[in-house]
Ligand binder design. Sequence first.
Ligand SMILES: Cc1ncc(COP(=O)(O)O)c(C=O)c1O
Length: 386
Amino acid sequence: MKDGTKLIAAGRPKRRPSHPVNTPVERASTYLFPTYDDYIEGGRNIVYGRLGGATHRALEESITALEGGFETRLAPSGLQAVTAALLAFVRAGDRILVTDSAYDPTRKFCRNFLARFGVDTAFYDPLIGADIAALMTPNTKVIFAESPGSLTFEVQDVPALAKAARQGGAKLIVDNTWSGGVFFKPLAHGADVVVHAGTKYFSGHSDCLIGSITSADEQAAKAVFEALLQIGANVSADDAYLTLRGMRTLGLRLNAHQENGLALAKWLARRTEVEAVLHPAFKASPGHLTWKRDFTGASGLFGVVLKPRAKPATKAFFNALHHFGMGFSWGGFESLCIHVHPEKNRSATKWAKEGPVLRIHAGLEDIGDLIADMERAFAAMNAAKG
Ligand SMILES: Cc1ncc(COP(=O)(O)O)c(C=O)c1O
């Protein structure tokens, strides 16, 4: 099956004489076992609400099919998918390698939380490629990649990272949220575990927080399951249902996000106020050739570096936007634009650009309206002091 069909077919109810099209919301804390033997045998799947029920299993099935994995488990947020995946594979005395372009709360978890439990983090240049082998030590147990980085959009050489991880006896975990699971397949490129902030494209409607962890094999899946179980992670059946509903239109939405994103990025690249466009499909964007080799498309999230301007001009730009909302997260149907500060989230590499950096999420609005909105914002910026 191709992705378009998998997204429609996976996670649907089993055939009965008649059944609903969608797996229903199954709300439960307690599951009852019909016999004593059933109770004793239990099984790993549906025994208690915290481990999820039929709705959760259906969503997990859909994500596993999309990522081509062995098993998927859900987490209550994208961040907890990241943290649980890391916790699954480390112990005191270990070291992990984390991309310098990682989502800031991921960095903070490594630097602050894991450090308290004796796990050391070294950050690496996202464009390091095969040279990461030189950073491996006998106690390096995880390489954590986010490709492309969700603020600065460097695309990483996942096959090269996977090779170094394999040779060094470490696991490669990839945050694949940007590709929506459609445009990039980390497991097919050698990763051991893929995480998603399903909050973004999977759910797709800015109304639910959820995460997923998909493992390539049984051994990794067992470690992930134990981590989530012992942390006590729980996802509501309603959120699992909403996300599964989002999966049905994921492919269509991503194509539309891609189209609007590319059109906006091309328009922005021609503006005199713009210094650089950080969009993996652009030749000058970092890691573009890797994107071309490994990805089949681009989602709607990208960055723009403006030429240096004083604060009042930047403020005037944002305050003039109407269709682009100013808010955190991305991947919903609506367009967003925020001012981000990559220079604050780096340690292995230096962010050398001086002008304001915008992170844009191209939503599903009419492209003419989005461009007109940006045009108005630039006019307001140019009219402002600075
Ligand atoms: C790349 C990436 N990973 C993980 C997360 C965390 O997801 P959540 O907000 O669902 O915790 C985010 C959120 O912005 C993200 O951009």
